[in-house]
Design a protein around this ligand. Structure first.
Ligand code: DON
Length: 553
């Protein structure tokens, strides 16, 4: 009886022209906040696809995880459409205002004034999230924005509960939040960190979301909301104009693709460095005796490939609409061979000696979705630092980003994540700052993973480690939980999560000549979904370091 049933299922699958090969019995969402995951599930239940759910989750995160992303920020949505296998990257990264110029964050002595690119209205790029949500909805969704933004509007009106994580980040940005009248009243209680479980209600943000729901992008970049944004930014010393808002454009870009050990890797193109750096690291590993090395040797090799890929990041990468980046070369196997050839099997290289340093010239969020048709979204969204610039434009509820700090304020000067950059990432009017956000898909004919995380410069190496664990057969919960380490060329240290590593493990790296920097904290907030193609089942996991929720439905 059982056999007959199975046979008939097999025959149906073989002969039915209506069953797409990607079709699933389940859907899954993993995001950094339970209410955002719930918003996405609600939209799937209403007949929305993964792209509608992505709109709902993005907007919900903008409300309930204000420290991480929002309407005042940007992001990248990597999409896979099941019906035809089409893959694209929706680029809603912020752009520099037209009045921006390369020296805008230098003081009178020509030194970088770090505060200017991090705190307040001058630190903010032109937001891309509202336009990107409209774009996703128009081109890929089934449901109107009035429906997909409804959960976020409800959360803004009814409030969300203050958690420990919120308290920590509000404490971290307390001084700057207090400098913006609307940030102070919205995110603090009498200028102090709000109590645990108290409610953050955002009526102005609800009204702005309603404008977006009713009028699409025009509801944000034109009209009343735009007027308020411009007035408030200019009064606070910012340089945005109405024209900047009107000119903002979402771009669709061809993802970066490559292969590793027979798996297909799909990730993001510039203005993110993520896809190229990731492939460079994987390609180098393929050239090395990595698979058979013991764990200490593997970490040595991983550090060396990280060092070289991040060195290229600092030398070559920027917004390809403005500068030419040798994308093909940097992500090719032949080039990786030349890089890998410079790796000593026993000893650490020195970043200083790798080549001349660049010559002249936390927060953020990630979510992963697969719907029951097999449509997928991997999206990483950001306002950069926790609570972005900590500036809320009066009357809008919109917390602005400080993504301008992702540019190289000066050639060779480190940004807030310690990243150095070259001419390619210098500030220019309308240019997009170089990002590390790396929403990624990896698959072969057995299994598939949708992966991504926040974490500034460490994002790309977290995705790398996650991919290697996945290929190694680890399950979703294990992958998001494993201890992490990171090297980014400069500073020339291995940053390690502590607790996480035994003293002996660190000694093994020191003996090979590496400098260890214990971080005394954990980092990242990875959200993944794995599709096992044999059993056609999904598993999902949300990083235990965060407060997120993963659900298979
Ligand atoms: O685009 C980037 O690379 C950064 N703005 C991301 C910032 C981030 O992930 C902070 N999170 N901890």
């Amino acid at each position: 009886m059982m056999f007959i049933r199975q046979l008939s299922i097999c025959l149906t699958l073989l002969f039915s022209p209506f069953v797409a090969s990607d079709e699933l019995q389940q859907a899954a969402i993993a995001s950094a906040h339970p209410l955002a995951t719930q918003a996405g599930l609600e939209i799937l239940q209403q007949g929305g696809n993964a792209f509608d759910a992505a709109v709902a989750v993005s907007a919900a995160l903008a409300v309930v995880e204000p420290a991480g992303s929002g309407l005042g920020g940007g992001g990248f949505w990597l999409l896979h459409r099941a019906e035809d296998g089409f893959q694209t990257m929706v680029d809603g990264r912020e752009t520099a205002p037209a009045a921006a110029h390369r020296d805008m964050y230098l003081d009178d002595n020509g030194k970088v004034d770090k505060q200017l690119s991090l705190d307040g209205a001058l630190a903010a790029g032109i937001p891309g999230v509202p336009a990107a949500l409209d774009h996703l909805s128009q081109h890929y969704g089934r449901l109107p924005l009035t429906q997909t933004l409804a959960p976020a509007i409800r959360y803004a009106q009814q409030g969300f509960s203050v958690t420990k994580h919120y308290q920590q980040l509000a404490q971290f940005r307390l001084t700057t939040l207090n400098q913006s009248a609307e940030a102070r009243t919205t995110f603090l209680t009498n200028g102090q960190v709000p109590e645990l479980n108290s409610k953050i209600i955002q009526h102005n943000l609800a009204a702005t979301l309603q404008q977006l729901a009713q009028h699409g992008r025009a509801g944000f970049y034109q009209g009343e909301v735009a007027d308020k944004l411009i007035n408030s930014v200019q009064q606070a010393g910012g340089i945005w104009t109405q024209q900047d808002l009107r000119n903002y454009q979402v771009k669709e870009r061809t993802p970066i693709t490559g292969s590793y050990q027979g798996y297909k890797v799909t990730s993001v193109a510039p203005p993110s460095s993520g896809g190229i750096v990731l492939l460079s690291m994987l390609n180098q590993l393929e050239q090395l005796d990595y698979q058979h090395a013991d764990i200490h040797q593997q970490r040595h090799l991983l550090t060396e490939v990280m060092r070289r890929a991040y060195f290229d990041r600092s030398r070559y990468m920027g917004d390809t609409d403005f500068v030419s980046v040798p994308v093909q070369k940097l992500s090719s196997k032949t080039y990786a061979k030349t890089l890998a050839a410079t790796i000593d099997n026993q000893l650490a290289s020195s970043s200083k000696q790798l080549a001349a340093p660049p010559s002249k010239g936390e927060d953020t969020t990630h979510f992963s979705i697969i719907d029951n048709q097999g449509n997928r979204v991997s999206a990483t969204l950001s306002i950069n630092y926790p609570f972005g610039s900590a500036f809320v434009a009066d009357g809008t509820g919109v917390l602005l980003n400080d993504e301008m700090d992702d540019f190289s304020a000066q050639i060779g000067a480190a940004n807030v994540y310690g990243l150095v950059g070259n001419e390619a990432n210098a500030i220019e009017a309308n240019k997009r700052p170089l990002s590390s956000m790396s929403p990624t898909f990896i698959e072969n004919d057995q299994q598939l993973m949708v992966i991504g995380t926040p974490g500034g410069s460490r994002i790309i190496t977290m995705v790398l480690l996650g991919i290697l664990d996945f290929i190694n057969g680890e399950d979703a919960d294990t992958i998001v939980s494993k201890p992490r380490f990171h090297h980014q060329y400069l500073p020339d240290v291995i940053q390690v999560e502590t607790p996480g590593f035994e003293a002996a493990e660190l000694t093994a790296l020191e003996q090979r000549g590496h400098n260890i920097k214990p971080l005394n904290r954990r980092y990242g907030n990875m959200q993944i979904i794995i599709h096992d193609k044999h059993s056609n089942s999904l598993t999902a996991a949300s990083d235990p370091r965060g407060e997120g929720m993963a659900r298979v439905h």
